[in-house]
Design a protein around this ligand. Structure first.
Ligand SMILES: *Cc1c(COP(=O)(O)O)cnc(C)c1O
Length: 371
């Protein structure tokens, strides 16, 4: 029998190939402009993305990590402050808290939503807590209403980690507009991705936006005036021009992901596994499609043998991550995050994923259970 064709977990190249002519003309436009840092493309992208998210300001930066770090500092977080986030997030969220000089504090997640549990968040609050970072993991918005209520009651501000949720919405409002500020990564595999590293901070808070703007650019406030010890964390013109080609297609790309998720939902409905949570009043944009299954490692191996790309987002909850062994949270237990980490499996998901491939993945999972 011939080897089956490989199905990849993610495929940023498929979208770029489909848009190649437009991407090349954006490239040419930037090359010919002679202006490569903080020119017209970045300014226009910022205007377009702010409008898309429904906020006053978007500030382009060099990565998602830079967005989180600079937003925290611009929002007044620093040494001695604690910042709470979900135990199952990508490591970048916690790195950003550290790079801002603050102390990361983890809280457990809700078993159903896989996002920050508002009650666990409230329990993790101390007199030093300054901010909370709910993460819209997998493209599903965190349960923002109770999180905002708890935060307001304790005088804590809310920073969204929307790195996996460009274009998602909670009760009709887009991510990036659901807290005091929102942070995005445009890493190539994200729902809106560049062809390199890029990120963005969104906010209605003009002072916070201006401070991020200054900090990304050496702390500069005018040509030879520096307000603080800044960084070099700018979004570049080329990435901005690429993102401007892709932004008008983001809703359609997310709809294509949602359609593929609906195919999986239907094809996997009668199998002994848990399908992804999606709240009725939110728009899940399926950055990844995550199932939970008891025999996770054996199923993953079985699918890999059939040349089906699978992933785990993420295998190690952050309190078990060796790099954080000296942190107080390393001695704690986050039982929901721990239990989930052993069961989760991400299936192939990208807007151009052929329907026949979704069927082949579902059939392979069915065959696994029928052995
Ligand atoms: C990708 C990601 C980040 C970091 O983004 P980079 O651009 O890689 O720095 C942060 N948080 C989450 C949840 C992510 O998925």
């Amino acid at each position: 029998m011939p080897e089956p064709q490989a199905i990849s977990l993610m495929n940023p190249g498929a979208e770029c190939r489909a848009l190649e002519a437009d991407l090349l003309s954006a490239f040419t436009r930037v090359i010919r402009s002679g202006e490569y840092i903080l020119g017209k493309e970045v300014a226009e992208f910022e205007r377009e993305f702010a409008q898309y998210c429904g906020v006053k300001h978007a500030v382009g930066v060099a990565s998602g990590l830079a967005a989180l770090q600079l937003a925290l500092v611009a929002g007044g977080v620093g040494p001695g402050d604690e910042v709470i986030t979900a135990a199952n997030t990508y490591i970048g969220t916690v790195l950003a808290i550290r790079h801002a000089g603050a102390t990361p504090v983890l809280a457990d997640i809700d078993a159903e939503t896989a996002n920050l549990d508002p009650e666990q968040f409230e329990r993790a609050i101390t007199p030093r807590t300054r901010a909370v970072i709910p993460v819209h993991l997998y493209g599903q918005p965190a349960d923002m209403q109770p999180i905002r209520e708890v935060a307001a009651r304790h005088g804590i501000w809310v920073l969204e980690d929307a790195a996996q949720a460009q274009g998602a919405a909670d009760r009709g409002q887009r991510t990036g507009a659901l807290g005091r500020a929102g942070c995005f990564s445009f890493y190539p595999t994200k729902n809106l991705g560049g062809i390199g590293d890029a990120g963005c901070v969104t906010t209605d808070d003009t002072r916070l936006a201006e401070r991020v703007r200054s900090m990304r650019h050496s702390g500069r406030i005018s040509q030879h005036e520096y307000a603080e010890i800044g960084y070099t964390e700018r979004l570049d013109e080329l990435q901005a021009a690429i993102l401007r080609v892709k932004l008008p297609r983001l809703d359609a790309a997310n709809d294509a992901r949602r359609l593929r998720a609906a195919w999986y939902d239907q094809l996997l409905a009668d199998l002994p596994l848990r399908r992804p949570f999606a709240a009725a009043d939110s728009r899940h944009v399926y950055h990844v499609y995550v199932i939970q299954v008891e025999e996770r490692d054996r199923l993953a191996e079985y699918l890999r043998q059939q040349r089906i790309g699978v992933g785990i987002h993420y295998p190690t909850p952050l309190h078990r991550e060796p790099v954080f062994a000296e942190y107080p949270f390393a001695r704690k237990q986050f039982s929901v995050a721990e239990r989930r980490a052993d069961k989760i499996l991400s299936l192939p998901m990208y807007p151009q994923l052929p329907e026949a491939d979704v069927q082949r993945v579902a059939q392979a999972i069915r065959d696994f259970f029928a052995r």
